[in-house]
Write a protein that binds this ligand. Structure first.
Ligand SMILES: Nc1nc2c(ncn2[C@@H]2O[C@H](COP(=O)(O)OP(=O)(O)OP(=O)(O)O)[C@@H](O)[C@H]2O)c(=O)[nH]1
Ligand SMILES: [Mg+2]
Length: 309
């Protein structure tokens, strides 16, 4: 009989590599928000995979990048902190980028990949390289990329996956198990998310803003749930939520509200639809757009809007 294993797994990599999509694929459930724009994830987000042989606490992180503003610096610090807390690190590589470089005869790893590799080495954790997005990349490119990664740092395995189609994801779970410590489950096996409903609500609203707005607007937006009234959740099957959508300029407020409040209505409608699924009841969602001047640019600003710096 194989021994039960349990431990923490960090999903790390550059922005847009597909870390959050992979977390959701591993969990077979949507926990983390995703978007085609880089720097979507701002916090560590942990979900739990439990099966007969293991429990893996999977921690999604913000993408590691050159950060200039206090908001971005705080994001990168969160990712790096996770690296030191886990039993195993999964380095998620975007094969669309890495593979293209190999195809063009360039080194697979660019300066930012090198930075990620350095951080992984510093952490001293065993590393699994996850070659993601293989659905859009010719398979023969995986090997040269993996070779380049292996030359740069010792990895315990390389697993090609598509987080989008779930191809290879079960094989990744098997590989993860091999590198976790033997030990009993740390959490009840029916627990799958380690975040509050309030956090998920704010994230879902933020995701819609990432999908519907452009340029600096999503990056200047923070969503804070100010009230979450579930007093009638059982009796009338309704939850009433008020959330502040905070931006850092008046012009951004104008864009988020839109002509005839149309943009805010679209954001609210899309978010509410998903919240009904998440909370399993009717949802009353009220969004209010506020300006907190330059909040992303100072530690005080981050604290003021409720983003824990
Ligand atoms: N074709 C394809 N696209 C993928 C795959 N995995 C993720 N994506 C897409 O890549 C984009 C980024 O995905 P995310 O999961 O948000 O990436 P992330 O690494 O969490 O990004 P940050 O939170 O910004 O660091 C989205 O448009 C995803 O749909 C994949 O396996 N195949
Ligand atoms: Mg993400």
């Amino acid at each position: 009989m194989s021994e039960f294993r349990c431990g923490y797994v960090g999903l790390v990599g550059r922005p847009n590599a597909g870390k959050s999509t992979l977390l959701n694929a591993l969990l077979r459930n949507k926990l983390a928000i995703t978007s085609a724009k880089p720097q979507t994830t701002r916090n560590r987000i942990a979900g739990i995979h439990s099966d007969e042989d293991m429990q893996a606490i999977l921690v999604d992180t913000p993408g590691i990048h050159d950060a200039w503003t206090p908001l971005n610096q705080s994001m990168v610090q969160r990712a790096l902190a996770v690296l030191h807390e886990v039993d195993l690190a999964c380095w998620i590589g975007d094969m669309a980028q890495l593979g293209r470089r190999v195809e063009q005869g360039e080194p697979a790893l660019d300066a930012l990949d090198e930075e990620v590799a350095t951080r992984l080495v510093e952490s001293g954790r065993p590393v699994v390289f996850v070659a993601n997005k293989v659905d859009i990349v010719p398979h023969p490119l995986v090997l040269p990329v993996t070779d380049a990664v292996r030359k740069r740092l010792p990895i315990v395995a390389s697993v090609p996956v598509s987080a989008l189609t779930r191809d290879g994801v079960d094989r990744l779970l098997e590989e993860i198990r091999l590198h976790l410590p033997v030990g009993p489950a740390l959490f009840p096996t029916d627990e799958w998310a380690q975040v509050t409903e309030r956090f998920l609500v704010a994230e879902i609203v933020r995701e819609k803003i990432f999908h519907l707005t452009e340029q600096e607007v999503p990056y200047a937006t923070h969503v804070e749930v100010v009230s979450f009234d579930e007093s009638e959740r059982e009796s009338k099957r309704i939850v009433r939520i008020h959330a502040d959508v905070v931006v850092e300029r008046d012009s951004q407020k104008g864009i988020l509200i839109g002509k005839g409040a149309e943009m805010l209505k679209r954001i609210g409608t899309l978010a509410r639809k998903e919240l009904v699924q998440l909370l399993g009841c009717r949802v009353h969602l009220e969004l209010k757009v506020k300006v907190e001047k330059d909040w992303t640019r100072t530690i005080g600003g981050l604290r003021k809007v409720g983003f824990e710096a």
